[in-house]
Design a protein around this ligand. Structure first.
Ligand code: PLP
Length: 466
């Protein structure tokens, strides 16, 4: 998938020597950016944030319709998080959890996470990013299989268009071409099954339930052909995020879990986006009645005010790992920054704010309004599908009838992205799907404004391409 089309839709920048823009181009190597195009387009420099808004270095104000990277639940100027971080910095700015060491924030947060877990969980392990959490989970799954005397049970199945991060194992589990191409990935032992996107993958005359059965059958067939004794775990996001906001079809999760149970395969719920209220419940696992053995958390756990991640495991996962570490003498894994006291303190306060202000209920209520607004926009000829749940959604753009040959994948999306930005709304195009994921503090008027700007932008896009 070529993603160079921003070059076509963003004007080349007039860059003053020694400006921030010029220095960014000169020295800053960006994540998820076309590095070649960046030299012409230059950066959008964000300087400040307030509530659901951010302001750039030219004074333009935007609704941050993506919460940064699906992550700033409580908005961009929450003083309580600033204060708690500052207090923790003064009291104990750093400590670790190697060799039986611990500290208050890590203990309090672990207890809290186990208390709010969607299913009974046993222990919390701390990491620093979503990718690192998922990479660690792969190692823990392997370690457990060895502990159980099943060294052949190591393969992990994820899904096409699933997103689990970018480190070697996490990127392998991610099911998107640009995360593999030229990186020599995916690595061996990681497999990808069907993406549960009914609108795109469903066949003529196939009901949603029949499509869900086909997805489950595809998974079953893959396990059978690999050998059930070689498959250790299945990883999935309750709702796919970066792969295009894909809400699974009715009965999908029930059928997938039945297949996993049949072959004694662990279920990993990657809740890096869904966790902490996004789908209208504290966890996406509750929304879809998923019973994971392992659950990944990051992003909204601290509203991304501090880099932080963690995963929870149940006793069936923990106990063999604990036994094996006893036999070896140590669990040979851990990160310097894992469970950082400042991050843990920020996470605790952030969860407290989500609970006190009932932001999960707000996500459900404002989410229903957002989804209704997006559904209304399907009457526009450039919209193929509206999808989503709670405060995560997408509009899939389609080319005007008879003109699909004129639009390479991603071209409409990139163009729409630029128009929305000009109109004061930050979205993100995942190929031609425009994502919506505003902070959980969003109000009813904000949701109306998001829909109005999107509608206006669709009209401008239609005028531009005709
Ligand atoms: N898992 C999911 C579901 C994600 O959406 C992401 C990031 O977008 C990750 C994992 C990786 O997280 P990070 O970027 O913190 O490594």
């Amino acid at each position: 998938m070529k993603n160079a089309n921003l070059q076509e839709v963003m004007p080349a920048m007039d860059v003053r020597p020694n400006s921030d823009e010029a220095r960014d181009i000169a020295y800053h190597f960006h994540s998820y950016t076309n590095a070649e195009a960046h030299e012409k387009i230059g950066p959008l420099i964000i300087e400040s944030g307030e509530g659901i808004h951010v302001t750039d270095s030219n004074g333009n104000r935007y609704i941050e319709g993506m919460s940064g990277l699906w992550s700033v639940a409580v908005g961009f100027n929450e003083q309580r998080l600033v204060d708690v971080a500052s207090r923790q910095m003064q009291k104990l700015p750093y400590y670790h959890n190697f060799s039986h060491r611990s500290h208050g924030p890590a203990i309090d947060l672990a207890e809290k996470l186990i208390e709010i877990a969607p299913v009974p969980m046993s222990k919390v392990f701390y990491t620093n990013s979503g990718s690192e959490a998922n990479d660690t989970i792969v190692k823990m799954v392997w370690y457990r299989s060895n502990a159980l005397g099943k060294p052949e049970k190591k393969k992990i199945i994820s899904r096409l268009r699933g997103y689990h991060g970018v480190t070697v194992a996490a990127a392998s589990m991610t099911g998107l071409p640009y995360n593999h191409k030229s990186f020599d990935l995916p690595m061996e032992g990681i497999l990808h099954t069907t993406c549960p996107h009914y609108w795109r993958e469903g066949q003529d005359g196939e009901s949603e339930e029949a499509f869900a059965s086909r997805c489950a059958q595809d998974l079953d067939d893959m396990i059978q052909s690999e050998g059930p004794e070689t498959v250790a775990a299945f990883i999935a996001e309750p709702v796919m995020g970066a792969g295009g906001v894909v809400v699974p079809p009715a009965t999908y999760w029930e059928k997938i879990q039945a297949v996993l149970a049949k072959y004694d395969i662990l279920l990993i719920a990657d809740e890096v986006i869904c966790g902490f209220g996004r789908t209208g419940n504290m966890f996406g696992s509750t929304t879809f009645d998923i019973k994971p053995d392992i659950l990944t958390m990051s992003k909204q756990i601290t509203s991304s005010y501090f880099p932080f991640s963690a995963f929870m495991i149940n006793d069936r996962v923990y106990q063999p790992i604990a036994d094996e570490s006893g036999r070896i003498g140590v669990l040979g894994h851990g990160y310097t920054g894992g469970g950082h006291p400042v991050g843990a303190a920020v996470a605790l306060e952030n969860i407290k704010i989500i609970e006190e202000r009932d932001l999960v209920a707000n996500a459900a209520e404002r989410g229903a309004e957002l989804q209704a607004g997006l559904t209304d926009l399907t009457s526009h000829p450039l919209v193929g599908e509206a999808r989503g749940i709670g405060l995560i959604g997408a509009l899939e753009l389609i080319a005007p009838e008879g003109k699909s040959g004129d639009f390479a994948p991603g071209k409409l999306g990139a163009q729409m992205n630029a128009i929305m930005l000009r109109n004061g709304l930050i979205s993100r195009n995942m190929t031609d799907a425009m994502a919506f994921c505003p902070p959980l503090i969003v109000g009813a008027n904000d949701v109306r404004e998001i829909i109005q700007i999107t509608k206006k932008s669709l009209e401008e896009l239609a005028a531009d391409i005709n």
